[in-house]
Design a protein around this ligand. Structure first.
Ligand SMILES: [Zn+2]
Length: 506
């Protein structure tokens, strides 16, 4: 086996039939080569990693091949071999992204009319053609208007709308599609078989998800797993390389959130810490699994969508609307983790909130009195609709301001725990449940600082009020709840609630 050459380069398709997932493009190109109908300019469009450059190279070989086989380059003749090795002076690849192509296009203009040195066709492959400068485009257009009959252009781009219509209209356009999960899995299986890798299909699927449709990335990940674990790759090796938790963890954490198992949820976060897994990657896996669950529950899943059986069975009573709300919050959480200085605390708070038995059922609406907790709070529905200027205030934006601009993650998270808020006459009232006594008291002590931040945020002097909302189970004592106890212990490490409250609370 070739060593030293990356898996991706080794597995670059050598003919049209080896190209993954672009059947429509490949079939047309083969027919054209077979029929001898060669255009002077092609425009290949599509996302990165879908094979545009590979197909351009195959096309260059196929039209120069002395004996093409059903439109494919034979791979045996001199031009084929010449091009296979990549040393033909008649094939020129220009990367417009690297220097915007000014010099190359000038050079191209001066040399384009010379007949090819060895081959039948001179082929110019211009990658990321939309990056060319207007001057370079003009020069290219002049060439395209009257191309010598031995010149073929292949223009490739990820952003076809940025290619001037005068250029695009002179090209035969082919749209490359994102590779489907099925295309990718088939190819990776083939690669593993040839390379003698042993790996389970569900691990390959995880690699594919992590690579977000790019075959190049998927092969790079596979190579990393191999260099870490050798040819016998266990699931765990894939998770370690990608920094993600096992599917069992993902399933159990989702069950904790959906079935409101707070204590388990907190333990699950601790497990991530212990295994040194990346929080954002982990939440991303949870998002993928929940998304799949929703698709399957909606009855739109194909057989290829992987959903854990146990997850499917145990969450059958959870309404689909609730799944969608949790998905929405997980997506926000993933984004929040990107900015968090203390991702562990952020994730713990999220887990506590989301997995608490009386967790929020309604989506958060920005800019007005928000009812997050309808089933408990009925009388606050009568709060008057705020004036227009006040509807601009958004608690989420304020929290973001505190966390990102002021770098006060704890304040932000504590405010985020409010179940209800109003912003009327420059007074922000936050409503907490009795259970959140510790948070309320903590914020009360910091009220001066908070009001300063709020005034800065809304650019006018403002006040903050902290209130309790009526609870059905108001006799429930926060400190007796084992999960809250545990959470308080965790926060103590960050010099938070427990110590402060207990010290100042005589
Ligand atoms: Zn050939």
């Amino acid at each position: 086996m070739d060593t030293g050459i990356s898996l991706y380069r080794r597995w670059r398709p050598q003919n049209f039939d080896e190209v993954a997932g672009q059947t429509h493009v490949v079939r047309t190109l083969k027919n054209m080569v077979e029929g001898g109908k060669i255009n002077h300019a092609y425009l290949f469009t599509g996302p990165r990693g879908t094979g545009k450059t590979s197909v351009a190279r195959i096309l260059a070989r196929a039209i120069n091949c002395l004996g093409p086989l059903q439109g494919n380059p034979c791979g045996k003749c001199l031009p084929c071999n010449n091009l296979l090795i990549g040393y033909s002076m008649d094939i020129l690849e220009i990367d417009a992204a690297s220097n915007r192509g000014i010099d190359e296009i000038k050079d191209l203009r001066s040399k384009v009319s010379f007949t090819p040195a060895i081959l039948k066709y001179k082929v110019y492959i211009i990658d990321e053609v939309h990056m060319l400068t207007p001057e370079a485009f003009n020069a290219l257009l002049k060439t395209l208007e009257e191309p010598p009959n031995f010149v073929v252009f292949v223009l490739a781009t990820t952003e076809p709308h940025k290619v001037p219509p005068t250029i695009a209209s002179r090209c035969l356009r082919f749209d490359f599609r994102n590779l489907s999960e099925e295309d990718m899995i088939n190819l990776l299986k083939k690669v593993c078989e040839h390379e003698g890798f042993s790996i389970e299909e569900k691990s390959l699927l995880i690699l594919i998800k992590a690579s977000q449709g790019s075959l190049r990335d998927a092969l790079t990940y596979l190579e990393q797993v191999e260099s870490f674990a050798g040819k016998e790759m266990k699931d765990e090796d894939v998770y370690i390389v990608l920094g993600i938790p096992s599917p069992a963890w993902v399933r159990d954490y989702l069950l904790d959130l959906l079935l409101k198992r707070r204590e388990n949820g907190i333990n699950r976060v601790e497990e991530l810490v212990r295994l040194g897994r990346d929080f954002r990657q982990s939440i991303r896996q949870v998002i993928i699994q929940l998304r799949n669950l929703i698709i399957v529950r909606m009855g739109e899943g194909s057989k290829k969508i992987f959903v854990d059986e146990e997850l499917l069975t145990n969450t059958s009573a959870v309404p689909i609307e609730e799944l969608i709300i949790v998905l929405d919050r997980l997506i926000s959480q993933e984004n929040e983790l990107r900015f968090s200085l203390d991702p562990r605390l952020t994730l713990e708070l999220f887990t506590l909130k989301e997995a608490s038995p009386a967790s929020i059922k309604l989506p958060v609406k920005e800019g007005r009195v928000t009812l997050k907790h309808e089933e408990i709070l009925t009388e606050t529905k009568t709060i008057s609709v705020p004036a227009v200027s006040e509807t601009i205030f958004s608690l989420d934006s304020f929290i973001k301001f505190i966390k990102e601009t002021k770098k006060h993650f704890i304040f932000g998270s504590m405010i985020g725990l409010a179940k209800e808020y109003s912003f009327i006459n420059n007074d922000l009232t936050l409503f907490y449940r009795v259970k959140e006594k510790a948070q309320l008291e903590f914020l009360n002590k910091e009220k001066g600082n908070l009001e300063k931040m709020l005034s800065e945020f809304v650019k006018t002097p403002s006040t903050i009020s902290l209130k309790y909302i009526p609870e059905k189970d108001s006799d429930f004592d926060l400190r007796q709840d084992p999960i809250v106890k545990k959470a308080l212990e965790l926060f103590e490490g960050s010099s938070l609630i427990v110590r402060k409250v207990d010290e100042d609370e005589k």
